[in-house]
Design a binder for this molecule. Structure first.
Ligand SMILES: Cc1ncc(COP(=O)(O)O)c(C=O)c1O
Length: 449
């Protein structure tokens, strides 16, 4: 029998009291605090691990943020075009500096940021963009809004990120760009994706909507490809309700992004190209600016807490935290994600496991129920005149037939994650609670059936 197949109680029963400490320090998995993971499950009437169910609140609010909004309200400068030194242009400068990029264009959402990039690169009807099926619908909405074809590649099931080899297989003569997504705020396999893009002469737009301040190979995510996009929607680790940003170092390309997002009107005041109106407003920027100073400290705290949590879960074969690629220095920990391996939990369904952990006072979520390859847009677009006019019937049929992402399906079935923006700002004891709740259910898996 392997070490992890023994329950904690079996360990205790087989070790004498005097030898237990020695065993614990040498043989036992690093995880559990015996007194907390033993005992009757709360779902079966026992005492929950965590009685205080509150976490550090999110979105983050302090007096500085409130004062900034009041100040903006009183100033009467509510729209970015009213002042070159208003909160939006100031936020753009500060955010670019924080990220180590030369330029930033703020938008009304992450979806708007991504769509602006697609338009600025001249991607339109008849073009294809390869992206992930495991993401927010905003990722593909950005491609569909340009009437280009979102081609979905499968995942590396351990990292929940795009599988670079599958991306390569899905390149066609119409492919113009790859839109890799940094899921859960952790770096995707960007080194491979950038190499493929270079070799095949494709543009890359980083969907870093969840990945504020994350670092990979010495650079911040969003600064590795020529264009990187962020979301500041309420749940994100830097948030203002709804908001987004594009960052980049190529002045000409970033200028195009500005023009596109400003209903096609350039900084020179001429209406030059097709463009929606995607400007961020001054209130959103005020909220963002006021939280930038503390964002790095909160980021550091989430990373430390995540490392602690991972170390507590180590040794439990039924729970496998998200795989990180070499070169990952830090992640935003917007979400703390792990795979639930049913086979190590006596084949107990994930929903039963989630309910049991919830009863212990810790809420985990399955997150994305099904990948975007399983949503109705796939059938919808092939019936529209826009797509029928710009793609051959054969290509559309092939597109439909190749909409299979079995690894993504598996990730959707196994995912168990914590909405972490607030919770991972907690204390070490909070992290111990999360681990103890999960491990208690693991230890008692034979009672869950
Ligand atoms: C990976 C990813 N891409 C794109 C988006 C879209 O951003 P927004 O909601 O700000 O439009 C999100 C938002 O959740 C996201 O998580």
């Amino acid at each position: 029998m392997k070490e992890h197949d023994l329950t904690r109680r079996q360990f205790i029963a087989t070790a004498s009291a005097s030898s237990l400490a020695a065993v614990a320090s040498t043989t036992l998995p690093a995880y559990a605090d015996v007194t907390r993971t033993a005992g009757k499950l709360a779902i079966l009437g026992g005492e929950p691990v965590r009685k205080n169910k509150s976490w550090p609140p999110w979105p983050y609010v302090d007096d500085q943020i409130v004062d900034a909004v009041v100040k903006t309200t009183k100033s009467g400068i509510w729209c970015r075009i009213q002042s070159a030194s208003g909160t939006v242009p100031t936020f753009e400068k500060e955010f670019a500096k924080l990220m180590g990029a030369k330029f930033c264009v703020a938008t009304g959402s992450g979806t708007q940021a991504l769509h602006t990039c697609v338009e600025a690169l001249g991607i339109s009807a008849g073009d294809e963009v390869i992206t992930s099926p495991y993401t927010d619908p905003g990722t593909i909405a950005a491609i569909l809004s340009a009437r280009a074809l979102p081609v979905l590649a499968d995942l590396d099931p351990a990292s929940y990120q795009l599988d670079a080899a599958d991306v390569e297989k899905r390149i066609t003569e119409n492919t113009r760009a790859i839109m890799p997504v940094h899921m859960m705020g952790q770096p995707c396999h960007l080194e491979r994706i950038m190499a493929i893009a270079k070799q095949r002469n494709l543009a890359v737009i980083e969907d870093a909507a969840q990945a504020h301040l994350s670092e990979y190979q010495g650079k911040k995510l969003g600064t590795i490809a020529p264009l990187g996009c962020f979301s500041f929607q309420s749940s994100k680790t830097i948030a203002c309700g709804e908001g987004g940003a594009i960052i980049g170092n190529d002045e000409e390309l970033m200028d195009k992004c500005y023009t596109v997002h400003n209903h096609g009107t350039s900084r020179r005041g001429r209406t030059e190209v097709i463009g929606p109106k995607y400007r961020m407003n001054e209130f959103e920027a005020a909220v963002l600016l006021a939280q930038l100073a503390g964002a790095q400290e909160r980021f550091r705290r989430r990373n430390e807490n995540a490392a602690h949590l991972t170390s507590r879960l180590k040794g439990c074969p039924g729970i496998v935290p998200q795989k990180l690629y070499e070169g990952t220095a830090s992640g935003s920990f917007y979400l703390y994600a792990m795979s639930y391996k049913k086979e190590h939990f006596n084949n107990v369904d994930r929903s039963r496991f989630l309910k049991a952990v919830e009863a212990e006072g810790v809420s985990l979520s399955p997150y994305i129920e099904r990948g975007l390859h399983r949503e109705p847009w796939v059938d919808h677009i092939v019936k529209t005149t826009a797509y029928q006019k710009t793609f051959s019937a054969r290509r559309l049929q092939q597109f439909r037939e190749q909409m299979s992402c079995p690894n993504c399906d598996r990730v959707c079935e196994e995912m168990a994650m914590i909405w972490a923006s607030g919770p991972l700002l907690g204390t070490r004891a909070d992290m111990d609670d999360i681990a103890a709740a999960i491990l208690k259910v693991y230890e008692n898996r034979d009672k869950l059936g």
